[in-house]
Design a protein around this ligand. Sequence first.
Ligand SMILES: Cc1cc2nc3c(=O)[nH]c(=O)nc-3n(C[C@H](O)[C@H](O)[C@H](O)COP(=O)(O)OP(=O)(O)OC[C@H]3O[C@@H](n4cnc5c(N)ncnc54)[C@H](O)[C@@H]3O)c2cc1C
Length: 415
Amino acid sequence: MKSEKSGYDLIVIGSGAAGMMAAITAARAGRSVLLLEKLSKIGAKLKATGGGRCNLTNTLDNESFMARFGRDGKFMMPALDAFDHRALMGFFKEIGVESHAPDGYRVFPVTHSSQTIINAMRDEMERLGVEVRCGERVVTLEHNGESVTGVKTPHASYSAEHVVIATGGKGYPMLGAEGDGYLLAEATGHKVTPLYPAMMPLKLKEKWVTNCRADTIAKVELRVDMKKYKKLHATGDLIFTKEGIRGPVVLDFSREITPLLAKYDEVPLLANFTKGMNEEQIRAHFKEAIRKSPDIDTLTLVRTLLPESLSRELITLASCDPALTLAKQQGSSRDRLIKLLVATPLTVNGHDGFKMAMITRGGVHLKEIDPYTMQSRRLGGLYFCGEVVNLDGPCGGYNLQWSFASGYLAGQLKQ
Ligand SMILES: Cc1cc2nc3c(=O)[nH]c(=O)nc-3n(C[C@H](O)[C@H](O)[C@H](O)COP(=O)(O)OP(=O)(O)OC[C@H]3O[C@@H](n4cnc5c(N)ncnc54)[C@H](O)[C@@H]3O)c2cc1C
């Protein structure tokens, strides 16, 4: 193994949003920086973000932004104070990338291409003299018990006064992040919380969903039907798949479900597919439809609220006859149908693991990191940023903003 030139001020591990931002920030302050990336190209996950369009951030104020990360969201206050969405948009403008929020909320580069972001960061690193080495997987963190001294890859060892771990999570492992950062952290005595795949499709026990595949339902309300977790709920668009559900509401809600699934094997949900209507409103809606066409059959009636395949399945579940009018159904079946329309039971019983998880829930314990510097509380000169840290947000530019902001703070190399 070669011993490479010593004396880098900083080694950054990982060329995602967090790592590149840390490298640029440090280099702008005149530090010598080496960035090590295990894949053959930089920014592989960044490229895939937002369906290739890269939803960089959003326009929420910092308080509302942090609230979407749950109880621990306040940890990110110093990072957001230092680098909020305006600072991020300003940074990209400065390096030649205009960004905008077409819906007033989610921010994208105007090109709607994540490659624009990667190219601009690559050029800025080049301009600043950041040394980028791809195909270099860091396997060991070197330290003297008090401070980091460098890193080892299978090919070489590199020394530096500071090291930033920006290795991402475990989701979509083909895009580089496979959990190495957690191992490096644990090997140096840092606590890592349990890790769960999040932002992913979910599998359901109910076989009928397969008949509804590709049905897209707007503004579905999902809530967990377990006494202890009654407060967990989410609203948004849902799409049925062959084996379960996907779509924006599922992506967001899956962060709550996967830890429960690990504990209970099955997670019962209740879904309202009628844009939040209650029983009374549904009865009134049906009454009005029947007033306009008295012979309307039950299938046509339910189809005024839902797509045909889902209507058929709920009618069958309620033991109603789709061809009869509502008045001709048995009273108990009619009541069951109304109840099902307000709260359809679904049972989550699986998922595809980290393979399809857009983010990881869990990470390096927040107690191990100083939020004002992102420095480890255990080893001097060691910093964490981005998804490797135990913080995860919903869809909508939250996770990238956190990665950029924490990378910016870490790259300042404050002690
Ligand atoms: C398909 C998809 C779409 C997404 N879309 C959005 C979106 O639009 N908006 C949003 O906010 N979030 C989105 N996310 C989430 C977001 O991409 C991540 O949270 C964010 O990119 C994490 O950035 P990071 O820099 O911490 O890690 P990463 O971007 O994962 O970068 C980590 C890098 O470290 C490298 N690495 C790992 N281990 C080592 C090692 N031992 N040695 C050297 N290098 C190593 C990896 O190869 C990788 O390049 C999406 C995620 C996915 C999977």
